[in-house]
Design a protein around this ligand. Structure first.
Ligand code: ZN
Length: 288
C-alpha cells in the first residue's frame, strides 16, 4: 500500500510540475524563490554514449545525452555554474553572492561521464565533480546496479573509469571526489571497515591523481552523524549526502543536500528545483 501511495504521489507531482511549466508559472515562481542565495547540487550517475532516446532503454541511473544537455541549458538560463572552491566560499559566507548557483555531481565513476558528459559540460560552461568508487579502478569491482544487470568482473572494461581516464577527467577541468572503496552501505559495516572505506578511497584516488582529494559523497542512503565525523577526520572538507534539498549559506559542509536529477524531463526537474528552493526558504526562515 505504501508503494502504491508513493507511486500516486509521484504521478501527482509530475502532473503538477508539467501543468505549472506549461502554464508558464514555473519561471515566475522560480524568480520569486531565488531572491536569496542558494546552490543546487545535482546528482547524476551516467550519460548515454549513444545518441537518441532509444539508447537509454531500461538501464538504471542513465540519462539520455539530449536530455542532459537540456537540463544544463535550462539551468544555465537562470543560474550560474559554481565550482567546489566557490561552494566553500559560499558556505563560509565569503565572497559576494546573489541568486542561485549550480554544481553537477556524478556518483560511482562510470566511463561514459568522460566520453559523453564532459563535452556537454564544457559546451554549457558547467562545473562538475565525479565521485569515484575507488574499487573500480583496478577492474575487480562490479557495482551493485551492474551485478543485478549481469555484469561480471573484467567483462566490461570500458564500463568504469580506470586510473588513466580518471586523470584525464581532472585534466579536462572536472574535479574528482571519493565515493567509498566498495560501494557497500557504510552504516551497516563495522567501525573498522567504515573507516577503511572512507580513508582508503581517498588515499587510492590521491595516489592515482598525484594531488589532494577533499570531496566525498556517501554511496547509499541517509548517513548518521558519526560517519560524518569519520569523513572529517579522513580529511574531507566537502561531503555530499543523498538527502533532498538546496544548499544554503551556513550549511554544514560535511552534510550537503542534493537533487537527484536522473531521468526527469526539464519541467519535472524545474518542479523539483522549485520545491528545493521553497523548502530552503522555510529552513532559512526557521533559522531566523
Ligand atoms: Zn553511488
Amino acid at each position: 500500500l505504501r508503494e502504491f501511495a508513493s507511486g500516486v504521489l509521484r504521478a501527482a507531482f509530475v502532473a503538477a510540475a508539467r501543468l505549472l511549466w506549461h502554464a508558464g508559472l514555473t519561471g515566475w515562481l522560480l524568480r520569486r524563490s531565488s531572491v536569496h542565495p542558494a546552490v543546487l547540487v545535482l546528482t547524476y550517475h551516467r550519460v548515454a554514449e549513444e545518441q537518441g532516446r532509444g539508447a537509454v532503454g531500461h538501464r538504471p541511473n542513465i540519462i539520455d545525452r539530449d536530455l542532459f544537455r537540456s537540463h544544463l541549458a535550462w539551468l544555465s538560463s537562470w543560474c550560474r555554474p559554481v565550482s567546489t572552491t566557490e561552494l566553500r566560499e559560499f558556505l563560509g559566507g565569503r565572497g559576494s553572492w546573489s541568486g542561485v548557483g549550480y554544481l553537477v555531481t556524478f556518483d560511482d565513476g562510470y566511463r561514459d561521464v568522460l566520453d559523453a558528459a564532459v563535452p556537454i559540460l564544457e559546451a554549457a560552461g558547467a562545473r562538475a565533480v565525479v565521485m569515484v568508487t575507488s574499487g573500480i579502478l583496478d577492474g575487480t569491482l562490479v557495482l551493485p546496479a551492474d551485478v543485478a544487470a549481469g555484469v561480471v568482473p573484467g567483462q566490461a572494461p570500458r564500463l568504469y573509469l580506470d586510473a588513466r581516464s580518471t586523470r584525464e577527467l581532472r585534466e579536462r577541468g572536472v574535479e574528482v571526489g571519493a565515493h567509498s572503496v566498495s560501494h557497500r552501505p557504510l552504516e551497516e559495516l563495522e567501525a573498522v571497515e567504515q573507516e577503511a572505506e572512507i580513508r582508503h578511497s581517498r588515499s587510492r584516488l590521491e595516489e592515482v591523481l598525484g594531488g589532494a582529494v577533499e570531496v566525498f559523497s556517501w554511496p547509499i542512503g541517509r548517513v548518521p552523524g558519526g560517519l560524518r565525523e569519520l569523513a572529517r577526520r579522513a580529511g574531507f572538507t566537502l561531503v555530499f549526502a543523498n538527502d533532498f534539498g538546496a544548499v544554503l549559506p551556513g550549511d554544514d559542509p560535511l552534510d550537503l543536500p542534493r537533487i537527484a536529477a536522473v531521468e526527469y524531463s526539464v519541467p519535472v526537474l524545474a518542479g523539483k528545483v522549485l520545491v528545493a528552493l521553497l523548502a530552503g526558504s522555510l529552513r532559512r526562515w526557521r533559522r531566523g
